[in-house]
Design a protein around this ligand. Structure first.
Ligand SMILES: *Cc1c(COP(=O)(O)O)cnc(C)c1O
Length: 227
């Protein structure tokens, strides 16, 4: 973890930007692996599946962690997700907005929401189109139980991570427009193990890193409980 934090800091300093937040992506990792990073001071963890996250949370005795949903959210899982997570980074359609808002607990602070953007316009990929961001943002901002924190993207795979720089730049432009309208929108979530330094150079305020922190995921190990 120290190495990743160091690289993040270097990339930010070289680009003249503030250090981004590190989200540790713990999908398919055991609760014990999460506990280890938590003991080392890591606070924010990202999970792709609602059920897997719930199971892990129940197995952990580590209060004060912050849980982010970074996988596609099915409508029938929205109510559970609204209470089990602190952040939902994958809001990509209007239908989810009232479902999340209605289910967020009255005893909980408002749910932090990022709008996921399909920035490369990939067919069959989740995320809204860039031109849909303003309407979605307005819908989220109108809900007192939700707080619009910004944008998230997963650029198209490219054998050369440098190829994703354009997508990161496009995201930054969209994010700046959003932030100028919504002061609470302070988070641009982009960059993973292969490309987080590039994402930071282009303005990411949060990177989502799994492999570089936990090691390679065993392919379909069965550890991940699918929704
Ligand atoms: C798995 C995943 C990550 C982390 O990927 P690594 O390459 O292991 O760092 C980040 N974001 C999302 C949405 C993911 O599904």
């Amino acid at each position: 973890m120290h190495e990743v934090l160091q690289r993040l800091e270097n990339a930010a300093r070289n680009a003249g930007r503030p250090s981004p937040r590190l989200l540790a992506v713990s999908k398919t990792q055991a609760a014990t692996a999460v506990a280890e990073l938590a003991a080392a001071g890591q606070r924010a963890f990202g999970e792709n599946y609602v059920q897997e996250a719930l199971a892990k949370q129940q197995n952990l005795n580590a209060p004060g962690l912050e849980w982010h949903l970074i996988g596609h959210l099915q409508s029938n899982k929205a109510a559970v997700a609204a209470t089990a997570f602190d952040w939902v980074q994958t809001l990509d359609r209007a239908k989810l907005v009232p479902l999340l808002a209605a289910a967020r607990g009255d005893d909980q602070p408002p749910l932090n929401v990022l709008i996921q953007v399909n920035i490369d316009d990939e067919a069959g990929k989740h995320g809204c189109r860039p031109e849909d961001v303003p309407a979605l943002a307005e819908a989220v901002a109108a809900q007192p139980r939700l707080v619009l924190r910004g944008l998230m993207a997963i650029p198209a795979p490219d054998p050369d991570p440098e190829g994703r720089r354009t997508a990161f730049r496009d995201m930054k432009r969209l994010f700046d427009a959003l932030a100028s309208r919504y002061p609470q929108a302070d988070t641009l979530s982009m960059g993973m193990t292969e490309d987080y330094a590039i994402a930071v150079e282009e303005g990411a305020t949060m990177v989502r890193v799994g492999t570089a922190l936990f090691g390679a995921r065993s392919r379909d190990s069965g550890l991940g409980i699918r929704d």
